[in-house]
Design a protein. Structure first.
Length: 334
C-alpha cells in the first residue's frame, strides 16, 4: 500500500495537468460516467450492455425491462450530481439515506425500503448455490453502526488520512453493515465515489473503480468475503481497493496522454480549467448542437445578464464561439 500511494499520486498529477481541449475533457468524463453506471449495476445482475447504457445516457430508448433501465438511469443521475450528497464537506446519515433512495428509486419490491435502514435480518448469499456467504449485523445494530461510520467519516482522523484509504474503508464498512434491504453494493460504491469527490481526489471525474470490480466479479466478492473473517483487520480489502485505484488511474492516464498532442503537452499553461457549470454547458452543446442564453436561464435559474456574462467568458477563453446575431445568437463549440 505504501508503494502504491506515490504511484497513484503521480498518475493523478499527470491526468490533472495534461493539456486537453474541453471537448476531449467532457468526452472522457461522459464515457467514464457511462462505464461506471454499466459496471456497478451489472455487478448486481443488471442485463444491459455497455452500448445500451450509453444509449440511455444519450436519452435514447432501448428494448429492456423497465426496472433494468431505471436502475441504470438512477445510478447515472447519482454519479452526475454526486456532490449534492454532502454539505460543507460533511456527510450525514440523511445524505446516505438520500443516496440509497435515489439509487433504488422505483426499483425495489417495497417502495418503503427505498432510502430507509432495514428493520429485518438479511443474509448475503450465492444465488446459484444458495450458500450463505455473510450474515450482516442484526437490525438493532444498523443505526448505531451507521452513526459510528458517519462520525468517523467526519472526524479529524479521517480528514488526516489519504482519501483513497478513507474511500476504501467507507466502501467496506457500508457493505459490512449492509444497512439496506437491497442496493447496498451500489450505495457503497457511490459512497466511495462521494468521498473521493469531496476530498478533491478525482477533480475531473475522469476515472471509475466500478469497471475494475466488474472485470473480475468473483475476485471482488472473494476479497469482501475474506475480510469478513478478519474484521476489523481490513488490510486485504484495502490492498485490493488501492490496486483498483492504481490500475484505473493508469488506464485514464494513458488515454489522456494519447489524446493530448505533442504540441498541447508543451503548452506551459497546462490543462484548460473548466468549472462545473462550464462542463455542463459544453455537455449541453454536445447533446443539442448549440446553446442560447435562454437555455442557461432555464437550467440554472439565473438572469439573462448573468447567462450572457457566463457565455461571454467562455467565448473569451476560446471554448465556444457565437453564430447569428441579436436574439438569434447561439453558441457552438469553437
Amino acid at each position: 500500500m505504501v508503494r502504491r500511494l506515490p504511484d497513484i499520486a503521480a498518475a493523478r498529477e499527470v491526468i490533472l495537468h495534461a493539456h486537453l481541449i474541453p471537448k476531449r475533457e467532457v468526452s472522457i468524463r461522459r464515457e467514464q460516467l457511462v462505464r461506471a453506471a454499466h459496471a456497478s449495476t451489472a455487478i448486481e445482475g443488471n442485463p444491459l450492455s455497455l452500448e445500451e447504457v450509453s444509449r440511455l445516457a444519450e436519452g435514447r430508448e432501448v428494448m429492456a425491462a423497465r426496472r433494468a433501465k431505471t436502475e441504470v438511469l438512477n445510478y447515472l443521475r447519482v454519479l452526475e450530481y454526486i456532490d449534492r450528497y454532502q454539505k460543507g464537506g460533511l456527510i450525514s446519515e440523511e445524505n446516505i439515506l438520500s443516496l440509497h433512495r435515489d439509487i433504488t428509486l422505483d426499483t425495489l419490491d417495497d417502495p418503503a425500503t427505498e432510502g430507509a435502514f432495514r428493520k429485518v435480518r438479511v443474509v448475503v448469499g450465492n444465488r446459484l448455490t444458495k450458500e450463505v456467504v455473510y450474515s450482516p449485523p442484526p437490525p438493532k445494530e444498523v443505526v448505531p453502526q451507521m452513526n459510528a461510520l458517519v462520525g468517523w467519516l467526519n472526524s479529524d482522523a479521517a480528514h488526516q488520512m489519504h482519501p483513497v484509504l478513507v474511500a476504501g474503508i467507507a466502501h467496506y464498512e457500508l457493505v459490512r453493515v449492509h444497512p439496506f434491504v437491497d442496493g447496498n453494493g451500489r450505495t457503497a460504491r457511490a459512497l466511495a465515489t462521494l468521498v473521493l469527490a469531496m476530498r478533491e481526489f478525482d477533480i475531473k471525474r475522469f476515472f471509475t473503480l466500478d469497471d475494475f470490480y466488474d472485470s473480475d466479479r468473483p475476485a471482488y466478492y472473494n476479497v469482501l468475503k475474506a475480510v469478513n473473517r478478519t474484521y476489523p483487520d481490513c488490510t486485504v480489502w484495502l490492498e485490493y481497493f488501492m490496486e483498483g485505484v492504481e490500475i484505473s488511474l493508469h488506464r485514464v492516464k494513458e488515454r489522456v496522454l494519447l489524446l493530448s498532442s505533442d504540441e498541447h503537452r508543451k503548452v506551459a499553461r497546462g490543462q484548460v480549467a473548466l468549472s462545473e457549470r462550464q462542463m455542463k454547458i459544453i455537455e449541453f452543446i454536445h447533446t443539442h448542437g448549440s446553446v442560447k442564453s435562454g437555455d442557461l436561464m432555464r437550467l440554472y435559474g439565473i438572469s439573462r445578464q448573468a447567462a450572457g456574462k457566463e457565455l461571454a467568458q467562455m467565448v473569451e477563453q476560446n471554448l465556444i464561439r457565437t453564430e447569428g446575431k441579436g436574439r438569434a445568437t447561439r453558441y457552438v463549440m469553437a
